[in-house]
Design a protein around this ligand. Structure first.
Ligand SMILES: *Cc1c(COP(=O)(O)O)cnc(C)c1O
Length: 377
């Protein structure tokens, strides 16, 4: 049996007619950048995420970058974020000239630990604390970070909160949608995300009219009116084609999310009787709406050997992420070393993402669990 980590072709077959139709319409119109398709998507995403506004941008990375710019974060400022995430989260901070300050994660959710944020801020000398301007919590793998506690810390220290919700569209924390709790919510339409386009794209959500207007201006080089620049922005525009495809897919998102949740449930069911509980732990179901961009297991031994074994038995799997950010070569100047964030480091060497995409069938999931069983027993 063949089980790939992600198979977008199956999903495309179900929306092919609509996609070709809208593609043709855009080709005929020759209107490719921003415009009515992007505006339509912005309204739909704002509604889906329960926010007042949304601004379509060129990628999830640029969503983070333009949010930092809109919050006036720059040279000499510090931004607190997780040591365990996709590179872009911290890369964006460095690109505006600010300093990423890493915090370890919680072992059950892989999300930033609020207790450790508090400890970090408390231990900072006053002059350093004054330079901390924002927190970027990441809702990793499709599950929200502990936002109540993060927002309380942010209020106390007057910090901007930028939610990196690139993996979490539609996920919820105490009935609140990802991207609606902080000052900004940053989403990615990279094809492997739950709501992916046919290329790069992203969007920023916000409830603030002022930030919304700033974002729109910064998206077009900071020109307002056109050719008059009181600020330096960038080319962060979204294509009409991507917006139109994402609009089509949005109609199916809840149905796809349900299928992912059902697959996660099936994994839990098969793992329960697999007899590998002493080596493999699977994510527990929490009350909050987890949208399973990834289904991550943690194994106590032989993670890399397991990965090779699964791949050689036609099961796609991947390590997200093999190197925590504080140990990346480009951040060596920040002065971190191995052992600084033990939970992130442990996750980097003991976790594995299994296929969880909506179109997977029961037999495929059973096969994946059987292979893992075969490897360990
Ligand atoms: C995918 C991702 C991004 C970047 O999104 P792109 O659209 O690829 O630029 C940022 N943060 C996280 C957590 C991601 O998973």
């Amino acid at each position: 049996m063949q089980v790939s980590l992600l198979d977008l072709k199956a999903q495309y077959q179900t929306i092919k007619v609509e996609c070709l139709q809208v593609t043709k319409e855009i080709f005929e119109s020759q209107h490719f950048i921003l415009g009515p398709k992007v505006e339509k998507l912005e309204k739909e995403i704002a509604q889906y995420c329960s926010t007042k506004y949304a601004v379509g941008v060129s990628s999830g990375t640029d969503a983070l970058l333009v949010s930092l710019m809109a919050a006036n974060i720059g040279y000499g400022d510090r931004v607190i974020t997780t040591s365990y995430t996709f590179f872009a989260t911290a890369g964006a901070v460095s690109r505006v000239g600010a300093i990423p300050v890493f915090v370890d994660i919680e072992s059950d959710t892989y999300n930033i630990s609020p207790t450790k944020i508090e400890d970090l801020i408390e231990k900072m000398p006053d002059e350093v604390r004054k330079t901390v301007k924002a927190i970027i919590p990441v809702h990793l793998y499709g599950q929200c970070a502990d936002m109540d506690r993060i927002l309380a810390i942010a209020r106390k220290h007057r910090l901007v909160v930028i939610e990196d919700a690139a993996q979490a569209i539609g996920s919820e924390y105490q009935k609140k949608r990802a991207g609606s709790m902080g000052d900004f919510g940053c989403f990615s339409f990279f094809p492997s995300k739950n709501l992916g386009g046919f290329g790069d794209g992203g969007i920023v959500t916000t409830n603030s009219k002022e930030l919304y207007e700033n974002l729109k201006i910064l998206r077009v080089h900071g020109g307002h009116p056109k050719y008059y620049h009181s600020r330096i922005g960038g080319n962060f525009r979204l294509d009409a084609l991507q917006a139109a495809i994402v609009s089509i897919k949005l109609k199916y998102l809840d149905q796809w999310t349900k299928a992912r949740q059902k697959n996660a449930e099936r994994y839990r069911f098969y793992f329960k009787d697999a007899g590998v509980g002493h080596v493999v732990s699977v994510p527990e179901e929490k009350e909050n709406r987890h949208i399973y961009n990834q289904f991550i297991i943690q194994v106590s031994e032989k993670r890399d050997e397991l990965k090779d074994f699964l791949v050689s038995n036609n099961v796609g799997c991947e390590v997200y992420y093999p190197v925590p950010l504080h140990l990346q070569k480009c951040f060596v100047d920040l002065g971190y070393s191995s052992g600084d964030f033990p939970i992130s480091e442990h996750a980097a060497s003991h976790t594995l993402a299994l296929p969880v995409y909506p179109e997977l069938c029961k037999d495929q999931i059973e096969y994946v669990v059987d292979q893992i069983k075969k490897f360990y027993l």
